[in-house]
Design a protein around this ligand. Structure first.
Ligand code: SF4
Length: 199
């Protein structure tokens, strides 16, 4: 399963299904900005900074979780040629998010690194391009449990090969698949059906 799909799932499970099961993709200002901000981090390579080695665009995976993807940056420290410390850094285009989906995506990267490197990953960072600041994210038990639960939900969704019906929420406004999903039209076609509208 693509690791980045966890972010979509926590945003909206229909969005994750539309992208992975039906293969839809569409850009909007948020996704285009995200791609621009990823340009540097998308170039594989490494550099040294403040005692850390920065690995860019590092492939990460976990056989046990059935996940694979790419970490924008992984900062590592080595002892005698072996990585002994690692912390993933995820680039995001906006300000600090009120949603937990970015944290879960970062934690999934940490879980992959732990399995790949045989070490414990205690923290990671989310770099917010707009404020040019980064937020430390602790890989605590609660976040790990939330991430494992999201991975299970993603697996169930993809195994079902079923795209859930739309639920109109405020998030739909910023969703790049809005024009494909058309949650308002679906409501019009089912006037007697109850739709959840989050406030
Ligand atoms: S428009 Fe709304 S319901 Fe449709 S995929 Fe996006 S967030 Fe989900």
């Amino acid at each position: 399963m693509p690791l980045s799909l966890l972010n979509d799932l926590l945003y909206c499970n229909r969005r994750a299904a539309l992208k992975h099961i039906e293969g839809w993709w569409s850009s909007n200002e948020h996704t285009l900005l995200g791609e621009l901000n990823h340009e540097h981090a998308d170039l594989p390579g490494f550099e040294h900074r403040a005692g850390w080695k920065l690995l860019r665009a590092l492939p990460v995976w976990s056989d046990s979780l059935g996940l694979s993807g790419k970490a924008d940056i992984v900062e590592v420290r080595e002892t005698r040629g072996r990585i002994t410390e690692a912390r993933p850094v995820e680039y995001k285009s906006g300000r600090k998010s009120k949603w937990i989906n970015d944290h879960v995506q970062l934690c999934a990267q940490a879980l992959c690194l732990e399995e790949m490197l045989g070490i414990s990953v205690a923290e990671g960072f989310i770099f917010h391009a707009k404020s040019q600041q980064r937020t430390a994210v602790e890989m605590n038990d609660a976040l790990r449990a939330e991430t494992l639960e999201a991975i299970t939900r993603l697996r169930v969704l993809l195994d079902s090969s079923t795209v859930p019906p739309p639920i109109l929420t405020p998030r739909c406004e910023g969703c790049s698949l809005h024009e494909i999903c058309l949650p308002e039209l679906s409501r019009a076609r089912h006037p007697n059906r109850l739709f959840t509208v989050e406030t």
